[in-house]
Design a protein around this ligand. Structure first.
Ligand code: M6P
Ligand code: ZN
Length: 187
């Protein structure tokens, strides 16, 4: 049997960069239709800021193996809504995931297929267990990059479909200088 080689890497805890990782950049234009306030979206689109970057070390899509990735989610808002990642179910819906907060402030919105949502605040050192079948999206509620590590089965895959269409049943906004998790009026 030919064995894969172990990997040991140092994540840059200031920037979130994983050396040698595959880098993915998501700009505001990649998130068309995701934010509630279309006027604010179109205004900010003139700058088309980077919303987040992902640095991933991925294996072949085989049962039993693991991928890991850091995400650098930049601070910002579209109208009242804080910047977030697209959010997804896993294509193999029963696959779980672990997140670990490295830097900055934010949280995770999780949701069952029936639309029951939960909000878990995150900071450096927070570990979040994403159970099988829960969609998950991270949100930056601070004013510096929110950086975290994710570890997930390499055959989990991403299912963006229903979240892209309907979003989450809750949204995370700033109102009267406070972070609020409220019902999504479009849900
Ligand atoms: C984490 C992991 C990745 C995911 C990334 C961005 O790093 O969960 O699998 O791709 O966040 O999230 P999304 O794919 O929802 O944009
Ligand atoms: Zn995932």
């Amino acid at each position: 049997m030919e064995y894969k080689r172990p990997i040991g890497l140092d994540i840059d805890l200031e920037t979130g960069v994983i050396p040698g990782a595959k880098k993915l950049v998501r700009r505001l234009s990649d998130l068309k239709g995701y934010f509630l306030d279309e006027e604010a979206y179109n205004e900010l689109l003139k700058e088309d800021p980077v919303v987040y970057e992902v640095y991933a070390i991925e294996q072949e899509e085989k049962e039993g193996d693991l991928n890991f990735a850091t995400t650098v989610l930049y601070p910002g808002k579209v109208g009242k809504e804080f910047f977030f990642t697209k959010g997804h179910f896993h294509a193999k819906a029963d696959r779980a995931e672990i997140y670990y907060g490295i830097k900055g402030k934010g949280g995770m919105l999780l949701q069952t297929p029936e639309g029951e949502a939960e909000w878990i605040p995150m900071g450096p050192g927070t570990v979040v267990y994403v159970p099988p079948y829960w969609a998950h999206r991270t949100v930056n509620t601070g004013n510096e990059p929110f950086i975290f590590l994710a570890i997930y089965p390499s055959d989990a895959g991403h299912d963006y479909g229903s979240i892209k269409e309907k979003g989450f049943s809750k949204i995370v906004i700033e109102e009267d200088g406070e972070v609020k998790v409220v019902d999504n009026p479009r849900w």
